[in-house]
Design a protein around this ligand. Sequence first.
Ligand SMILES: C[S@@+](CC[C@H](N)C(=O)[O-])C[C@H]1O[C@@H](n2cnc3c(N)ncnc32)[C@H](O)[C@@H]1O
Length: 219
Amino acid sequence: MQLPDDAAGTSTPRDTPMHDDRSGHYFATSPTAASVPASVRLELPEGTFRLVTDRGVFSADRIDPGTRILLRDGPDPAPEGTLVDLGCGYGPIAVTLAMRSPNARVVAVDVNERALALCATNAASLGLGNVSVATPAEISDDLLVDELWSNPPIRIGKPALHQLLDEWLARLAPHGRAILVVQRHLGADSLQAWLVENGRPTQRLASRKGYRLLEVRPS
Ligand SMILES: C[S@@+](CC[C@H](N)C(=O)[O-])C[C@H]1O[C@@H](n2cnc3c(N)ncnc32)[C@H](O)[C@@H]1O
């Protein structure tokens, strides 16, 4: 399928089979696809880890290339405080943050309940007691976030994505930051421009294989 040139900037959301199941979007609350558990290898400089995945969750057959770049080329996470993985899926970002910052509290958030259950299982099987999972509705209004990490759900469409980011970036502590990975062809540059126009200083930390790593500071 031809991908939209700038999904985060101008186009309506679409999905590729890799990111979807045949009976629902990966961002469905309760995926309708029958469960078919599988596993993927998360290869990090620290070692290689197996994560369980399933149908109906994002990139169930491999670690998403954008996520790989985020974890390989991204900065070190804050050593302590509250780190949020927004749109955690089965948890590659959340478990990596938890391993790299054992004294931090990692909150993994997703609307997809199957993804949350997988993320909890993956954190537990890696012995990571500093990860908790939550739906957005379970997050308290006064949660203060030191770092927000995300491979965000671009395909929910621009208005929903902007609303989601507005909501979460407003939770950043004054010294906090967000680290995002976004595909250039899915609107990374227009997303960066929108963030800056809305008073959130945003710089590109890296650009690799068509992905941008963005660091966003609070207004
Ligand atoms: C691009 S995927 C990234 C998944 C995972 N972090 C990874 O790297 O494999 C985006 C995730 O955002 C989730 N999502 C969609 N809308 C959301 C929302 N409003 N709040 C939180 N998560 C959401 C989707 O269910 C999906 O798991």
